[in-house]
Design a binder for this molecule. Structure first.
Ligand SMILES: C[S@@+](CC[C@H](N)C(=O)[O-])C[C@H]1O[C@@H](n2cnc3c(N)ncnc32)[C@H](O)[C@@H]1O
Length: 409
């Protein structure tokens, strides 16, 4: 799949997607330092551009006909670390949506802080994407459960043309590991920095407001920010957090390379001629490559028809309660929905008539007996009826959301 990376920064997202086989053809960012670092490590296809210039960028992206447009627009206006006023940087989220609406790729992936999900800018961007025909999955994911030794909760929006909202919820939840990744599991015995960290058994990271500064190696790091590796200040040493496992003065400080690795950048990442402060900023900005990789794998599996969405549990109770189905009939209906979904290569379709038409046009479907074809059609129609039923839909949707919230917890 051909990918364009908007707001590419130093290349965290592109790196992860490339690892699972995506072909990142172009990348854009307005920051010269970030573009230089991207070019040194990912490839020469990164350009310094102000993405607010929709007139220039829109037609250019459309002519590239990418299959997937990805981007992590600036988050400072939504972030609890900022002043939460939706200004120019929040506008970039709308800018991302506008460029998508012009380029019309089959797939999109956007990342931002969780607070963006309730912002005015995202609500406008969402409306634009909906009108352009995208079904959206909005999931708040914790990177620690997607191969990153860091509790980093972020909003990921995955969209696909023609899908129902939430079409990828169950696949994203299934990609989650059962345990969070710890700092200890990242350490390497041949790295001198890691050896000193291992000896200290605990590490200090600059706390966010009144948060905890010291963590054991058997925990993930907190979300990396630009100042993560700063030493404890006198105020913290005098009044430490009560849950610190050891005094802050005895805890190791992370090196810049270690913080970069926590954010998914390999040790040999070339930071070009950037200043140390700028490197810290690029590291903090990044979407860690392992979570990008995990999401990329989920997208690819669905694109290739290798995964299907899970059926909401409430569908079964609805069939029992409202349709008078026996338990055996419920099992049959569910397995028929799944069979039809496999024939549809996992697609959900916002429009029921289109869904049936695509099913009819499928070669494998045409080969089934008349009775089986009729059973599959009926099962899909029942499932849609349940989805359209106001009460059933509310209950089911809440459950799907709860799954994603669980992934973020
Ligand atoms: C959250 S960071 C992206 C991180 C990147 N996706 C990664 O994984 O490393 C946001 C990026 O948006 C860029 N940016 C901000 N305003 C921009 C604009 N008007 N045009 C292009 N890029 C912009 C910033 O320079 C920053 O690198």
């Amino acid at each position: 799949m051909r990918v364009v990376d908007l707001f590419c920064g130093a290349g965290g997202l592109s790196l992860g997607l490339r690892r699972v086989g995506f072909n990142v053809v172009q990348a854009y960012d307005c920051w010269d330092q970030a573009v230089a670092v991207y070019r040194k490590n990912v490839g020469p296809h990164a350009w310094q551009v102000d993405l607010r210039n929709i007139f220039k960028m829109g037609p250019m992206l459309a002519s590239m006909a990418p299959d997937l447009v990805v981007g992590g627009p600036p988050c400072q206006d939504f972030s609890p670390a900022g002043d939460r006023v939706e200004g120019e940087r929040a506008e970039m989220t709308k800018c991302f949506a506008m460029l998508v609406c012009i380029a019309k790729p089959s797939w999109i992936v956007m990342e931002n802080v969780p607070q963006a999900s309730s912002s005015k800018s995202w609500s406008e961007a969402r409306r634009m994407l909906f009108r352009a025909g995208y079904g959206l999955t909005e999931a708040k994911l914790n990177a620690a459960y997607y191969g990153v030794p860091q509790t980093r909760k972020r909003l990921f929006v995955v969209g696909r043309l023609g899908e129902q909202d939430g079409f990828l919820n169950s696949a994203l939840a299934s990609a989650r590991t059962s345990e969070p990744m710890t700092i200890r599991s990242m350490l390497r015995s041949d790295d001198p920095d890691d050896q000193s960290l291992e000896e200290a058994e605990a590490f200090f990271t600059r706390p966010f407001y009144t948060g905890r500064g010291v963590r054991s190696l058997d925990e993930p790091a907190p979300a990396v920010i630009r100042t993560t590796r700063e030493p404890p200040r006198p105020g913290y040493l005098a009044s430490p957090h009560p849950d610190d496992p050891v005094p802050a003065a005895k805890a190791a400080l992370l090196t810049q390379r270690q913080v970069a690795r926590i954010q998914g950048f390999p040790s040999n990442w070339d930071w070009a001629d950037a200043t140390s402060r700028d490197i810290d900023q690029m590291i903090a900005n990044a979407i860690p490559a392992p979570i990008a990789e995990a999401i990329g794998r989920v997208v690819l599996a669905r694109e290739l028809g290798a995964s299907i969405p899970e059926i909401h549990g409430r569908f079964g109770s609805w069939l029992l309660r409202s349709k008078g189905f026996s338990k055996a009939a419920v099992r049959n209906a569910k397995s028929r929905v799944n069979r039809a979904r496999r024939l549809l290569l996992g697609r959900t379709f916002s429009n029921g008539a289109v869904e049936l038409a695509v099913l009819e046009a499928t070669e494998a479907f045409a080969k089934l007996s008349t009775a089986t074809r009729s059973d599959l059609r009926k099962a899909l129609c029942l499932y849609r009826e349940w989805q359209n039923e106001p009460k059933g839909r509310r209950v089911g949707a809440a459950k799907a959301d709860a799954k994603c919230e669980a992934a973020a917890a």
